[in-house]
Design a protein around this ligand. Structure first.
Ligand code: AGP
Length: 609
């Protein structure tokens, strides 16, 4: 999705805006632009393509600036082109936008009827047109923005700059994320925290229907409709992330770095919570009011977070014996769901800004469910709106494909499962202690699995020309088959499907022919023999089996390729099994020359439906 940056202050530079946009590149984009006050008026540059294309048309040397806006556009309305790129300028006003103005057709045709001329095909251009119209009618810039915004339907984060107010910058939010950074003699705003981490760790997450008027010395936050002032003092959040966390740190790609950060990420998720799981569960408010408050869990999420939710279902049902249903957020929100008393609604979202997940959480809350969100981004929308929050503490994830936040989400769900099991007395003290100590070993096991990197890279070289892949697994590893196939699709654009191995005979077996790569997760558990039979079935039809197993001896001569992973408790096998699948997708993507950090058509936070 689009990325927005804004700056106002004494010691700014154009480079600072470009660097801010660079730190938002992960969001995906196809064009970019910048506007700033140059002392005489607005100066604007925009182009189709990447930030290096924008940089090639920017003034050299880069001027210092006091006020400016930047934007990376992910096309929705109108093809990627320099005309459709943001900022959009009408008379004295320039605007950058993330989101979708749903009623833009109606607004545009009214304005065209009044004689206004549009240059682009975007939904965004109605915004500067409306603001300019109100300015011409004699309203102040602040009033003109308020009046214009009140006519918009849809989702928007807006950055606005006006030639007639050279010392002011405006930010507006409804439905799309926007965070304000409080610096030293400067203010920033951006679609996401990493944009300005080198300059500040103090942030205010704007709420929907708020407008912020920034001058070099003052921040004025208001509710758009009532115009009432909102106090900033108790809204400032300190973020513990460091700028280095948002750098590649010697790795070729963020995805590779983040795959390697998993031991640390999981350690952080588990943290001290593991020492007192009863307190952990109580702090989340799960059982505090009435035991009946959490008779069942309903977990809702999208993409990779959905796969973590499926793993969570196996964990929680297996040891805490609480029924868990799991659903894709975009389905949940439109099917008029039944929310019975005693349902704990859990959203899982790395970003905390996924539009469908937020809508589902709001729906559940409105229907009376208690809500818990499992999230990575401090202060994000899902964390502000949920009744309680379980932070994953994975650190910033820049690669579009989720890796470390996935394993952290699974770790958070493990804690929840063991904690609920202890609270409900489904585990004895000794059993809980044993699980705790096995869980504490998981980061070390991930480290051990990462040592397979070179081996997997070589294997990837033999698979790079495959057109299709099948991923098979059973039980708690079935969601890992789904996740492995999603990673491959996202990163290498190779078609892949994940299936429960037992379902193969009911259709997918028809796909198997000579050489089809079939990745099979075969941990040595009570389902091993059944998975072994599935491997035989694939081999009998000429498929190429790539087995991920802790029992390589048992598969020698059967599987074509074997990736050995360490043994662990059956419930924790997803942690070790997912690592080779992430690395396989990564290396195939790299060897196919794909942009693994910013795969085509994808966005890191999907803030529109
Ligand atoms: C993961 O690799 C994806 N890019 C995507 O499926 C992602 O998990 C999904 O969009 C949900 O995002 P969230 O966790 O931020 O809500």
């Amino acid at each position: 999705m689009c990325g927005i940056v804004g700056f106002i202050g004494k010691n700014g530079s154009l480079q600072m805006l470009v660097e801010g946009l660079k730190r938002l590149e992960y969001r995906g984009y196809d064009s970019a632009g910048i506007v700033f006050q140059n002392g005489h008026g607005l100066e604007m540059y925009k182009t189709k393509g990447k930030l290096r294309d924008l940089q090639s048309i920017l003034p050299d040397p880069a001027p210092t600036i006091r006020v400016g806006l930047g934007h990376t556009r992910w096309a929705t309305h109108g093809e990627p082109s320099s005309v459709n790129a943001h900022p959009h300028r009408v008379d004295k006003v320039a605007v950058v936008h993330n989101g979708i103005i749903e009623n833009y057709r109606e607004l545009r045709s009214n304005l065209e009827g009044e004689g206004y001329t549009f240059l682009s095909e975007t939904d965004t251009e109605v915004v500067p047109q409306l603001i300019s119209k109100y300015l011409r009618q004699g309203f102040s810039i602040t009033e003109a923005i308020r009046l214009a915004v009140m006519r918009l339907r849809g989702t928007y984060a807006l950055g606005i700059i006006s030639e007639s107010s050279p010392d002011t910058l405006f930010a507006v939010r409804k439905g799309s994320p926007l965070v304000l950074g409080i610096g030293n003699g400067a203010f920033y705003f951006a679609s996401d925290v990493p944009a300005f981490l080198p300059y500040t760790r103090k942030f205010i997450f704007m709420e929907d229907n708020q407008m912020c008027i920034l001058t070099p010395d003052d921040i004025d936050l208001r509710h758009i409709e009532s115009n009432a002032v909102v106090s900033c003092t108790d809204r400032t959040v300190k973020i513990g992330w460091t700028p280095a966390m948002a750098e590649k740190d010697g790795h070729d790609h963020f995805m590779h770095k983040e795959i390697y950060e998993q031991p640390r990420a999981v350690r952080h998720t588990i943290g001290e919570r593991i020492d007192d799981l009863l307190k952990f569960v109580a702090d989340l408010g799960i059982f505090t009011q009435r035991r009946a408050d959490s008779r069942r869990l309903h977990i809702v999420s999208c993409g990779t977070s959905f796969h973590a939710a499926l793993v969570g279902k196996y964990m929680i049902e297996s040891i805490a014996r609480v029924p868990v249903s799991v659903e894709i957020a975009s389905e949940y929100r439109y099917r008029n769901p039944i929310v019975e008393r005693g349902t704990l609604f859990v959203s899982i979202t790395q970003s905390g800004e996924t539009a469908d997940t937020l809508a589902a959480q709001r729906e559940a809350k409105q229907m009376g469910a208690r809500t818990l969100t499992i999230c990575n981004v401090v202060g994000s929308t899902s964390t502000r709106e949920a009744d309680s929050v379980l932070y994953t503490h994975s650190g910033p994830e820049i690669g579009v494909a989720s890796t470390k936040t996935f394993t952290s989400q699974m770790a958070a769900l493990c804690l929840l499962a063991i904690g609920m099991a202890v609270e409900r007395r489904c585990l004895t003290e000794e059993e809980a202690d044993a699980m705790r100590s096995r869980l504490s070993e998981v980061p070390g096991l991930i480290e051990k699995t990462l040592m397979k990197d070179a081996e997997i890279k070589a294997l990837a070289g033999t698979l790079v020309h495959a057109k299709d892949f099948l991923y098979l697994a059973r039980g708690i590893n079935y969601p890992i088959a789904l996740e492995g196939s999603l990673k491959l699709k996202e990163i290498s654009y190779i078609h892949a499907e994940g299936y429960p191995a037992g379902e193969m005979k009911h259709g997918p077996i028809a796909l198997i022919d000579k050489g089809l790569p079939v990745v099979v997760l075969a941990p040595s558990n009570d389902l091993f023999e059944k998975v072994f039979s599935n491997i035989e079935e694939v081999k009998a039809r000429g498929g190429r089996v790539i087995a991920v197993t802790d029992s390589p001896e048992a598969l020698k001569g059967k599987a074509d390729d074997i990736i050995e992973v360490p043994s662990t408790h059956p419930l924790f096998t997803p942690f070790v099994n997912v690592i080779p699948l992430q690395l396989l997708a990564y290396h195939i993507g790299v060897q196919k020359n794909c942009d693994v950090d910013q795969p085509r058509n994808l966005a890191k936070s999907v803030t529109v439906e």
